[in-house]
Design a protein around this ligand. Structure first.
Ligand code: GDP
Ligand code: PGA
Ligand code: MN
Length: 606
């Protein structure tokens, strides 16, 4: 048995509640050693991982790792929210009684870290001093060193963040398990990813992939956070957050918004670099995946990014689509690439959409570690990188990170947008300046699923506010909570729905996307300020063609623009039937949401 007390003393971990929690789980998991980590340990831990072959060098201060090949994305069907109150059961949160799940996880975790080190990661999912600080602290226990390195990039890590917080911290236990014998995706699946939300306890067993294993990020930053937000009057959403400044007038707008995983949040928040669209606007990056929103004492709606880093999708990231992302993963940044292709001879990494595929195959290995030059038959054309391969880098590496990104006060939110991969029906942008209709629009967000979740790519499904995989309580209560929080703001944000993914009959994207997405966002800000009026339609206000800045837009996009700026009424009428069924699942949905639905439906009937 390890000497827990002495280890914690040496690490300066003084919070008695945390000490008790660490000792409790050290005993259950049977870890051989305990190590308390802080951001200052990064270089040493990186070296240990390199020595152990868990990380491979990918250039100067860049690293490569592979997760087990059956462990490359979030496993939604194995993800559960447990509480002691059945009223918390929703359609999407996979609710189970806490009394049933806790013993199960304890059993799975018992002795499961034998022979390993249990790392203690005290973290904060907020800038220090944030009004939401007491909901943002946590202590992850993990038996996986790579998880520690990723957490150091994705969260603020160190004992100083939790020593003074008493018992206001999330208990987040991660045990990797024997990945080769967990029956992933079979009827005998042994993995469980459980958030016991009313006890602020997270118990994840059976994965080392980021979305399942970095517990500060999704399990706490989204799932637990949204439950805490519901009980304490704030919102926690899978949202990106960016600021746009008009250099001519000095005016600044902050926009946040939800797109389902792998639908463009990171790209939107990062790629609108300072010089996008000429020199007039300055675009700042705040966050790419999570936003916590609250109403300040001054009645304004505020938002902040609780994360400290970016866990971005590698696929299609290149100098043209997202130069800012490329700049944030250059040598010296400490970035970690996971499940992309790798060349141990040259220490290069590559993924689909990175640029020209290397023609000299010498040394190249695919994401599983198989030698590309030895591929035969169908394998020859298989992707080199996993479609959900990722890069991890800290916010400070992002060239256009906002100057005030660490300001605990957060930023005022002026606009909230929703979007997803929708191949038809959804125009480029439609503005909604009614709170109930905006919330209704978020609740009926429909999109094609992506590779960020196992086995669902391309399936059309509703994903309310892009929170479907992270929902922690009932959808009806969630809707009511949104109406309550935004209702309290004295200055309401504008809502909008965007779609960068409409396709032509030939399957190509009609809108060039990426950096061009600043054009519709600018229009939205002008609309908010009454500088443009747009065209009123049953589903919101669309830009008039001449109101959009079209300077330098490519010929093809100009030709497709009319399609992007029109509403297919028949297709929308059909959609309203689907929405009705979707919303009817949510018992007790606020009447304002149904009224908004009926207003839109009636308007579509003309
Ligand atoms: P996130 O998981 O929501 O943050 O999504 P990402 O920004 O990481 O993007 C996921 C995938 O969508 C990547 O392969 C991007 O290259 C792609 N993507 C992002 N923005 C656009 C866009 O505007 N147009 C198109 N066609 N693809 C995009
Ligand atoms: P993202 O988030 O896919 O939205 O980047 C990570 C995840 O959902 O696994
Ligand atoms: Mn993302």
């Amino acid at each position: 048995m390890v000497d827990v007390e002495r280890t914690l003393d040496e690490a300066g971990l003084t919070n008695p509640h945390v000490r008790e929690y660490v000792a409790h789980w050290a005993n259950i998991t049977g870890a051989e050693r305990i190590e308390v980590v802080s951001a200052a340990d990064d270089a040493r831990l990186v070296q240990e991982s390199l020595d152990a072959g868990e990380l491979l060098p990918a250039g100067d201060g860049l690293y490569y790792s592979r997760s087990y090949f059956k462990d490359t994305a979030r496993a939604e069907e194995r993800t559960i929210v447990a509480t002691s109150n059945e009223a918390d059961k929703g359609i999407y949160n996979n609710w189970k009684p806490a009394a049933e799940m806790k013993p199960k996880l304890v059993e799975l975790m018992t002795g499961a870290s034998a022979g390993k080190t249990m790392y203690v990661i005290p973290y904060l999912m907020a800038p220090k001093g944030s009004p939401l600080e007491k909901f943002a602290a946590g202590v992850e226990l993990t038996d996986n060193r790579n998880v520690v390195l990723q957490m150091i990039r994705m969260a603020r890590v160190g004992v100083e963040y939790i020593n003074d917080l008493g018992d206001s911290f999330v208990k987040a236990v991660h045990v990797t398990g024997d990945l080769e014998n967990l029956g992933q995706g079979t009827p005998d699946d042994k993995r469980y990813f459980v958030t016991v939300a009313d006890e602020r306890t997270i118990l994840h067993f059976g994965s080392s992939y980021g979305g399942n294993a970095l517990l500060g990020k999704i399990a706490h930053g989204l799932r637990q956070g949204s439950f805490d937000g519901w009980k304490n009057g704030f919102l926690v959403e899978q949202f990106m957050l960016l600021g746009i400044t008009d250099k001519q007038t000095g005016k600044k707008w902050n926009i946040c918004g939800g797109f389902p995983s792998a639908s463009g949040k990171t790209n939107l928040a990062m790629t609108l670099a300072p010089d996008a669209l000429g020199d007039r606007y300055y675009v700042e990056f705040y966050g790419d995946d999570i936003a916590w929103l609250w109403v300040g004492d001054d009645g304004k709606l505020y938002g902040m990014n609780p994360e400290f880093g970016v866990f971005g999708v590698a696929k299609d990231t290149n100098e043209k689509t997202n130069p800012t992302a490329i700049d944030s993963i250059v040598p010296g940044t400490g970035a970690i690439f996971t499940n992309v292709a790798y060349n141990p001879k040259t220490q290069q990494v590559w993924w689909e959409g990175r640029g020209d595929k290397p023609t000299d195959l010498d040394g190249w290995e695919d994401w599983k570690g198989d030698v590309i030059a030895e591929r035969t038959g169908d394998e020859v054309d298989a992707p080199w990188a996993h479609p959900n391969s990722r890069f991890t880098t800290t916010l400070a590496n992002v060239p256009n990170v906002a100057k005030d990104f660490e300001d605990p006060a957060g930023v005022e939110i002026h606009g909230i947008i929703f979007g997803g991969r929708t191949r038809d029906r959804e125009p480029l942008i439609r503005a909604i300046n009614d709170v109930a209709e905006g919330v209704y629009d978020g609740l009926t967000l429909g999109a094609e699923a992506t590779a960020a979740a196992d086995g669902l790519e391309g399936v059309l499904r509703y994903d309310p506010m892009s929170m479907r995989p992270f929902m922690s309580y009932s959808e009806a209560d969630y809707a009511a909570h949104w109406l309550e929080v935004i209702g309290r703001a004295t200055k309401k944000p504008i809502f909008a729905h965007v779609n960068w993914f409409q396709r032509g009959d030939d399957g190509r994207f009609l809108w060039p996307g990426y950096r061009e997405n600043l054009r519709p966002l600018n229009w939205l800000m002008q609309f908010l300020d009454g500088e443009v009026e747009g065209v009123r339609t049953p589903v919101g206000v669309l830009p008039k063609r001449e109101e959009l800045n079209l300077d330098g837009l490519d010929e093809q996009a100009l030709a497709d623009l009319d399609t992007l700026l029109t509403i297919d009424v028949e297709r929308w009428q059909q959609e309203m039937g689907f929405r009705e069924k979707h919303l009817a699942q949510f018992d007790g949905l606020p009447e304002e949401i149904w009224e908004a639905h009926r207003r839109v439906a009636e308007a579509l009937e003309g």
